[in-house]
Design a protein around this ligand. Structure first.
Ligand code: PEP
Ligand code: MG
Length: 890
């Protein structure tokens, strides 16, 4: 018989933390907490296998599930001394979903299940508190009605708001039992009206309804979207947790809360969280009442910290905090309830955290001896470092502060205000910076939050949906800015007399919670000591070198600041577009008199030499790979009439002649046209000028610094050995003449990009003429797939959405196709020339998954944009650790 149900609590713990694939994260951790002696209300977990079986069998449960659930329910009844559905002493349970990883977007929780018009009276009698009993009942009807029966949440809220207005009360706790009874009646009516069904009064029907809703929610559109965004396979399924209720809403010696064992925003080693007296779990997250801080140290004037209000439960919670951190060796996010001064734990999981917190917690825990340095490296998601490198507001910048909310997710962001997730996504797709502003967010908004630069909410605390999701995504977030009034009908928000319409700009500071009018200037981030420590640890572990793609002095400096070990790609064409150069470039292309062309080339030589001198100086002896001109010449040609006239005047030609020359250079398919080494072969004077500039600059900086600069000259878009051989010979001739003129000697390398499938296939022959290869995986992806780099954006998302491709191949290397060519090129190249230096300089050089692949293939280095350098350093260390583990297993 398959075991579908695992009990926990009251001495029978059938699960363990390691069983999260079967029991989901929540179920596995409840069992683990119970088994280490923590106070967990008894319950059971229905496994993720049931979810899979449910979908495989046309949404039917396995035959023996019901009997196993009945037996597990009886165990809870025995443990609690109560009976499910009993009219005198009813057992109430919560039903919660729990996948392997936590997943907003699914049905989350139904509390107080088991109540009906009769059992509510029993609860009133057994608790001696009718107000509590009816409050619990109305909560249950509302939750069940919305999450299980599908009635929109706000129908219930509207009734309650209206009711409170009539009574003239603000706080739910001021509502009496009789009044709650009226609300329950109205809720039943709402359900009847919107579903045509009665609210189920049979507790068994309620239980199976809720279980069915959890399994059903695994395939709802929101959950599907979330899974797609986070690469979670549908086959994992969710578990269902059924657990005896404990009550935080039974009076002033009761409470409920959410806390983190360390600060999830900064990583500081302080106990952190929020709680509410006389409340149930959803009140904290819903932002209906303002939660209070946990500790006295974190409390402000007028607040009521748990440490003061419930000192015994707080002390117990502190003990649990230490115990759980030691046990899990990670920062925990804990949900708890205090019932009549007794603490119960309802959940623990590794807490979501900002990148800064992930970094600090990893370093601190390694120093505390809780984890190893290697663990610390594994635990910081490489891409999350991006967040640390984000800008902050310039302290000197002028600003008008509109309001302040909670500093829910750090960083600074400016953008146009939008009020719906849909508008947010649409504008972001058009390249606009947008700030999503909502009263509060819900899982329906996740796609909009993803597209936004920042999120601002009027309601909700540090553990509200907006705060948790934004932190996880690395979006700036200011939550619970109470002075904002949003009118969704007119798409205008007002803040203390300022009226801000959709499209107006605001700036958020997620580190302080401040909201500013308009766009406020930002400054680059300062790298913390923890950051440098982690980078140092990563560097001591990684095998792959990390260089940067940079051609401006600014980029080169940034690259060094972030720890680049050289430049893997300086795209010289970017230097041709400067306002002082483009005129000469155009003359060089269009002139047909030799003397005129040479004059333009000489002018460019001076500029290029200066360019290379400054890069060589900044890189101070580190390797620099300079790529000779790559794009087709017509990219540099004038378009506007005034520009054409300017070139015509400089060359003494008519406007028509210049126009005709431009037209002659146009190509139907320039990406596959007259570019790369093809250009160098037909216009050798351009490459000769560039080679001369490189060598002269290297000589100059070698003389200045005494450091022997060894320039690496890279030839783009080579398809055949013959192409490279001819271009190389010409370059060597030019180098020889520079050295002869100067009476100098210089070490240099000449290599090629491997960015065409033919080059990868012919890499063995090509390596005969190359000192190094650098894989241009942008063009290699384009040409292997036959997918235009510039046009694929319009249909690639369709491929990813429909599972035709698991990821965008321009972002993450296609291991089976493009990757296979990289592997082949490497192997064939090295077979010819064992010391052949191998790098990659396409965008994939900054993508952690691709970096893991390049490490596996045995490349020497990756080269990526300067801001990705730290990401690449960490990803390279993580790849090295993963290989170590694989080798240890093998
Ligand atoms: C490439 O093709 O991967 C590359 C680095 O060159 P570019 O992007 O300049 O074509
Ligand atoms: Mg290329």
């Amino acid at each position: 018989m398959t075991k579908w149900v695992y009990s926990f609590g009251n001495g029978l713990n059938e699960g363990r933390a390691e069983m999260r694939n079967l029991l989901g994260g929540k179920g596995a951790n409840l069992a683990e907490m119970a088994s280490i002696g923590l106070p967990v209300p008894p319950g059971f977990t229905i496994t993720t296998d049931v979810c899979s079986a449910f979908y495989e069998n046309g949404r039917n449960y396995p035959d023996d599930l019901r009997a196993q659930v009945d037996a597990a329910m009886q165990r809870i009844e025995t443990a609690m001394g109560l009976r499910f559905g009993d009219e005198n002493a009813p057992l109430l349970v919560s039903v919660r979903s729990g996948a392997r990883v936590s997943m907003p977007g699914m049905m989350d929780t139904v509390l107080n299940l088991g109540l009906n018009d009769r059992t509510v009276e029993g609860l009133a009698r057994s608790s001696g508190d009718p107000r509590f009993a009816w409050d619990s009942y109305r909560r249950f009807v509302q939750m069940y009605g919305s999450v299980v029966m599908g009635v929109t949440h706000h129908h219930f809220e509207d009734v309650l708001d209206q009711f409170k207005r009539t009574l003239g009360v603000l706080d739910d706790t001021a509502i009496s039992a009789a009044q709650w009874r009226e609300v329950v009646g109205a809720y039943h009516e709402i359900i009847r009206e919107h579903t045509g069904q009665e609210f189920p009064s049979d507790p068994q029907a309620q239980l199976w309804g809720a279980i069915g809703a959890v399994f059903g929610s695994w395939m709802n559109p929101r959950a599907n979207t979330y899974r797609r965004l986070h690469d979670i396979p549908a086959s994992w399924g969710t578990a269902v947790n059924v657990q005896s209720m404990v009550f935080g809403n039974m009076g002033d010696d009761c409470a409920t809360g959410v806390c983190f064992t360390r600060d999830p925003a900064t990583g500081e080693d302080v106990f952190y969280g929020e709680y509410l007296i006389n409340a149930q779990g959803e009140d904290v997250v819903a932002g209906i009442r303002t939660p209070q801080p946990m500790s006295n140290a974190r409390a402000e004037e007028g607040q009521h910290p748990m440490e003061t209000v419930l000192p015994d439960a707080y002390a117990e919670l502190l003990r649990v905090r230490t115990l759980l951190e030691r046990h899990y060796r990670d920062m925990q996010d804990i949900e708890f309830t205090v019932q009549r001064n007794v603490l119960y734990l309802l959940q623990t999981r590794n807490g979501k955290r900002t990148a800064a917190a992930a970094l600090k917690i990893s370093i601190d825990m390694a120093r505390e001896g809780l984890i190893s340095k290697e663990d610390a490296i594994r635990r910081v998601p490489a891409t999350s470092l991006d967040q640390l490198l984000h800008p902050a507001l310039d302290p000197k910048a002028e600003r008008i502060q509109l309001t302040r909310g909670l500093p829910a997710s750090p960083g600074a962001a400016s953008g146009a205000v939008v009020f719906t997730a849909e508008e947010c996504e649409a504008r972001a797709a058009r390249g606009e910076d947008v700030i999503l502003v909502r009263v509060e967010t819900s899982p329906e908004d996740v796609h909009g939050m993803h597209a936004a630069r920042g999120v601002l909410t009027a309601r909700g605390g540090m553990t509200s949906h907006a705060a948790v999701v934004a932190r996880g995504m690395g979006r700036v977030c200011v939550a619970g800015a109470g002075s904002i009034h949003i009118d969704y009908a007119t798409m205008v928000m007002t803040i203390d007399g300022h009226s801000i319409a959709e499209g107006d700009w605001i700036t958020l500071d997620g580190s302080t919670g401040a909201v500013y009018l308009g766009r406020v200037a930002t400054i680059p981030p300062v790298l913390s000591d923890d950051f440098n420590t982690l980078m140092g640890w990563a560097d001591s572990i990684r095998r792959l070198g990390v260089r940067a793609n940079a051609e401006t002095p600014d980029d080169a400096r940034t690259a060094r600041r972030f720890g680049a070990e050289g430049i893997g790609l300086a795209r010289t064409e970017h230097m041709f577009f400067g306002p002082d150069r483009i005129g000469h470039v155009r003359q060089m292309i269009i002139a047909d008199e030799e003397a005129v062309r040479q004059r333009a080339i000489n002018a460019l030589l001076t500029f290029q030499r200066e360019d290379f001198v400054s890069i060589f100086r900044i890189m101070a002896g580190l390797p620099v790979t300079v790529r000779l001109l790559d794009p087709p010449l017509h990219e540099f040609l004038p378009h506007a009439d005034a520009e054409i006239a300017e070139v015509a005047a400089a060359l003494g030609r008519t406007v028509e002649e210049v126009r005709a020359r431009c037209a002659a250079l146009a190509e139907a398919n320039p990406m596959l046209g007259h570019r790369g080494c093809r250009l160098g072969l037909t216009n050798p004077e351009i490459y000769a000028m560039q080679v001369r500039a490189i060598i002269e600059a290297a000589l100059q900086v070698s003389d200045e610094t005494g450091k022997g600069i060894v320039p690496e000259i890279m030839i783009p878009l080579v398809a055949t050995r013959a192409e490279l051989e001819v271009v190389r010979r010409a370059a060597e001739a030019e180098i020889a003449s520079v050295l002869r003129e100067r009476g100098a000697a210089l070490d240099y390398r000449i290599g090629t990009m491997i960015e065409l499938p033919r080059a990868a296939i012919q890499a063995g022959e090509i390596a005969e003429c190359a000192d190094f290869f650098s894989f241009g995986t942008n063009d290699l992806t384009q040409t292997t797939f036959g997918l235009s780099r510039d046009d694929a954006g319009s249909f690639l998302p369709f491929y990813v959405d429909h599972g035709l491709l698991s990821k965008d191949p321009f972002v993450s290397i296609d291991r089976d196709g493009v990757g296979a060519l990289v592997r082949m090129g490497s192997e064939r190249g090295r077979a010819t020339r064992p010391d052949l230096k191998l790098g990659i300089c396409g965008e994939h050089g900054g993508d952690p998954d691709s970096i893991a692949f390049f490490d596996e293939v045995g490349l020497d280095y990756v080269s990526c944009s300067p801001f990705r350098v730290p990401v690449a350093r960490l990803a390279a260390a993580q790849a090295a650790l993963a290989h170590r583990e694989e080798n240890a297993v093998a």
